[in-house]
Design a protein around this ligand. Structure first.
Ligand code: BGC
Length: 247
């Protein structure tokens, strides 16, 4: 089945058609800059622009960097505060004319990994951790997603973990890769203490091979630590796949 996946990020909103049987993109990605005031209405207009670009009228899957329960957004850590309590499935269905299912961005990247990437076939407790502007997490037990874990907000060093160990912080504080890895190691230790996962999959910008070479050797975990394979297509693929399951 072919479904349009859209991934809403802090700097770009990207879409592509996805074959949900094998997770392959069937078109080039189309990217639009995230509006400076990324209110729900402004983002909905971009979603419409993307559906028009593909002349798409079929089902739409979309990621949101927030907690999304039954089509309603409940948090807004790194997005415009007007998102809170937005009925996002309805909003995007209305704006695009496409039946829409939305889910958390880390959950989307995680389901893509479990269905088609490094998480395929991995049983037990699996954490997908995506590191970018924030830290997002997706928790799986025997391949089933426990949605909206939001463990980038675990308390660490007197604040939220993502305000200590995200890529945004690494850049803002001009941390060396070794110094960032030491912070991220503390975060992984906390996840391991709380959940004893069998596998941790690292996704987001830090999963690019040229980046991995700069920090991987500083990290040590009890769990098997693997690097995600789908890089920045994972959100699009997971959004489309999840829409296929729900619509
Ligand atoms: C948000 C999560 C999101 C993560 C990664 C966090 O700030 O609360 O919902 O998954 O950033 O984008």
């Amino acid at each position: 089945m072919e479904i349009l996946g859209i991934d809403i990020g802090g700097t770009g909103i990207k879409g592509a058609l996805v074959n949900t049987d094998n997770g392959a993109l069937t078109t080039e990605r189309f990217r639009v800059d995230t509006p400076p005031e990324a209110t729900p209405e402004a983002v909905a207009l971009v979603a419409r622009q993307i559906t028009r670009h593909f002349d798409w009228h079929g089902p739409l899957g979309c990621t949101i960097p927030a907690r999304v329960e039954h089509g309603v957004v409940h948090t807004a850590a790194n997005i415009h505060e007007n998102w809170i309590e937005t009925r996002v499935d309805e909003l995007l269905t209305g704006a695009t004319g496409c039946r829409t299912h939305c889910l958390n961005d880390a959950d989307a990247a995680g389901v893509a990994s479990v269905a088609f990437g490094a998480g395929r076939g991995r049983m037990g407790v699996v954490f997908f951790v995506t590191v970018g502007t924030g830290i997002g997490t997706a928790l799986f037990t025997d391949q089933h997603l426990v949605p909206n874990t939001e463990l980038g907000h675990l308390p660490l060093r007197g604040g939220a973990a993502e305000d200590w160990a995200s890529s945004r912080i690494r850049k803002e504080e001009a941390l060396s890769w070794e110094a960032w890895a030491a912070r991220f190691q503390e975060y992984l230790d906390l996840l391991e203490f709380l959940f004893a996962p069998d596998t941790i999959i690292l996704g987001g910008g830090v999963s690019r091979p040229e980046k991995v070479a700069l920090y991987r050797h500083f990290l040590e975990t009890e769990a098997e630590l693997v690097i995600a394979e789908l890089e920045n297509e994972a959100g699009i693929i997971g959004a489309a796949w999840s829409a296929g399951q729900h619509l």
